[in-house]
Design a protein around this ligand. Structure first.
Ligand code: PHE
Length: 341
């Protein structure tokens, strides 16, 4: 028995580099139900009492050595199979991550803001969920005035001073006038919401950039020059503007501004519907009622305001015919603006 134990110990010691199936064979051969070590344990019953202690120790040693070896062989097999499956070349360059592009609306908004920054305007922002006071009341829309119909509104709550989604960023101008002493020169970019059916030309969410300039002796001529400067920077130095009388509750007088069509150069095409002009913004001299509502003395100060839709300006600049493309985020569309970063 002693020799068999010694021989098995030696055999176990020499096992190395076995495949998984071979390891299982070894396990069965040694420790299986009819395995050699199992058999030795059976025979142990017949060992003379005075030899039990010595053989018992040896047998346990053998059993542990076998179990340990099988564990080692398994670990080695697992490691080598990992290594062979990892047969990639670690010196190969990595897969490049595709870099996204900036959204055309962001590009346009940034461009508009940067032009006005050059004229000394600061950027002001405000909440998208607003109250009636800042969106309508302080801007000279009396509670039941039909002018509110111009901007169909999403209401969050009704009652006294309802909460609503702002329909224009003029609310930021109100907040600025309430908090800042003139002179004021701010540009107010932001997202606005109107209850409109979605079509190629209208959306219930869009972006505006509005501007406000308040100081002593500000005149309509100043307004016209600021708009002309913006248009020439944005559409090119040959761009022309024309102003048409219009109406907004918060400005008096008010005007709508057209820019000469940048596609046909003013001759008339299907983009400008043959007129040679494209409407780009609304503007006017801030109504004295608005100044007073915001705590500014209308006898001392005057000012102008203007507002434009970023999607509309972007559509004109890049001749995008369907506004919905700006919201669908189809990567093929967005990629076209890659070079405009
Ligand atoms: N708030 C107006 C709109 O959303 C735009 C505007 C701003 C017009 C300032 C005049 C002066 O349509």
């Amino acid at each position: 028995m002693k020799e068999r134990i010694e021989a098995l110990l030696k055999e176990i010691e020499e096992y190395k580099d076995k495949k998984e199936s071979e390891i299982e064979e070894i396990r069965v051969k040694l420790l299986g139900k009819k395995g050699e070590i199992t058999q030795l344990f059976d025979e142990f019953r017949n060992v003379l009492p005075e030899q039990k202690r010595e053989f018992g120790q040896k047998l346990n040693q053998l059993k542990n050595a076998a179990a340990q070896k099988i564990e080692e062989l398994k670990n080695m097999a697992a490691e080598s199979s990992e290594a062979s499956s990892a047969s990639f070349d670690i010196t190969k360059p990595g897969d490049a991550h595709e870099v996204g592009t900036r959204h055309p609306i962001s590009i346009t908004r940034e461009e508009i803001i940067n032009i006005f920054k050059k004229l000394g305007y600061a950027v002001a922002e405000g909440p998208e969920i607003e109250d009636d006071k800042h969106v309508f009341e302080s801007l000279n829309f009396p509670p039941e005035h039909p002018a509110r119909d111009m901007q169909d509104t999403f209401f969050v709550s009704t009652g006294y001073n309802p909460i609503l989604l702002r329909t224009h960023t003029s609310s930021i101008q109100v907040r600025t006038m309430e908090n800042v002493k003139p002179p004021i020169r701010v540009i107010c970019p932001g997202r606005v919401f109107r209850n409109e059916a979605i079509s190629a030309r209208a959306h219930c969410i869009f972006h505006q950039v509005e501007g406000l300039y308040i100081d002593k002796n500000v005149s309509f001529a100043d307004l016209k020059q600021a708009i002309l400067m913006f248009v020439r920077e944005f559409f090119g130095e040959n761009a022309q503007i024309r102003m048409r009388p219009s109406y907004f509750p918060f400005t008096e007088p008010s005007a709508e501004v057209d820019v000469s069509c940048n596609i046909c150069g003013g001759k008339g095409c299907n983009i400008c519907k043959g007129t040679g002009w494209l409407e780009i913004l609304g503007c006017g001299m801030v109504d004295p009622n608005v100044l007073e509502a915001c705590g500014i003395d209308s006898k001392e100060y005057s000012g102008f305001a203007f507002g434009m839709g970023v999607e509309r300006i972007a559509m004109l600049k890049w001749q995008v015919k369907d506004l919905r493309l700006y919201f669908e985020n189809d990567a093929r569309f967005l990629k076209e603006f890659e070079t405009c970063l």
